[in-house]
Design a protein around this ligand. Structure first.
Ligand code: SF4
Length: 256
């Protein structure tokens, strides 16, 4: 007797291709890039500063992060040696402006210990690691969720890692590209599908600008209460203009 074969569920990537969601998101990116121009992120002078900033910015406004980074720079601590040798207590005092200093100081120290253990204290050596292994190891560190891991991979190490944040979740779900309950990995697959036809060599550059311009539209328009009327992405909303849902409370997407 022949066994009945159940139809295979299409992969998420195939679903996005079939529905045209990836192409729509690419049009959204193109509009944002032409509106805001290249952002040339991350706002940091060195890869290590990117890493430290990625920890400090968790649940904190960037202006507070800048004060902490300024303290660290003034005291010569924005180097691997500096962070290795400073006591955790002193580190906490310097990063106090960005909040959660006990947890963040411990996490930064853990990152330096990780760098020493696997990569001889060298971010350059970490950047030569396979991105999949580097991501897995970063995710095993304290206070590193997917958003922080991908931000480090992309902005400090130059790897093509798509960063998903609360702003991207708002844009993709409010525009009906994904259900509101979508998880980090699902949003990431959708965002990657917007760039799948680009040569691999320029993906990291597009991912870099994509995250940066999504942050711009999020800060300016796609807030908890969205301002769709003045937004450059209103062209992609259903007509007549449907009010985008209000998000109850801001949350860090990497915990989803
Ligand atoms: S503010 Fe409105 S138009 Fe702009 S991205 Fe958000 S939902 Fe879309």
């Amino acid at each position: 007797m022949m066994r009945e074969v159940s139809p295979q569920k299409p992969s998420l990537k195939a679903q996005f291709a079939a529905t045209g969601a990836g192409l729509r998101l690419r049009a959204i990116y193109d509009r944002l890039l032409s509106t805001y121009g290249p952002q040339q992120w991350w706002p940091a002078k060195t890869p290590l500063e990117v890493v430290v900033g990625a920890y400090l910015t968790q649940n904190t406004a960037w202006t507070s992060v800048e004060r902490s980074l300024g303290n660290l720079e003034t005291h010569g601590l924005l180097t691997v040696d500096g962070l290795r040798n400073v006591s955790e207590k002193e580190l906490r005092d310097h990063i106090r402006p960005s909040g959660y200093m006990i947890r963040k100081a411990a996490a930064i120290k853990a990152f330096v210990a990780f760098l020493d253990r696997f990569y001889e204290g060298s971010l350059g050596k970490l950047s030569e690691e396979s991105p999949a292994i580097a991501r897995e190891r970063l995710l095993a560190l304290p206070a590193v969720g997917p958003e922080t891991a991908d931000a480090i991979l992309l902005y400090a190490l130059g790897q093509p890692a798509m960063v998903v944040d609360e702003y991207l979740r708002r844009v993709t779900t409010r525009h009906g590209l994904l259900p509101a309950s979508s998880k980090y990995a699902e949003i990431q697959v959708l965002a990657e599908s917007a760039f799948e036809h680009d040569p691999p060599g320029i993906r990291a550059q597009h991912y870099n600008e994509f995250h940066a311009v999504v942050v711009q539209v999020g800060k300016r328009h796609c807030r908890r209460v969205p301002k769709c009327e003045e937004c450059p992405l209103a062209f992609d909303l259903p007509k007549p203009l449907a009010p985008a849902p209000i998000i109850a409370k801001s949350r860090r997407i990497e915990s989803a």
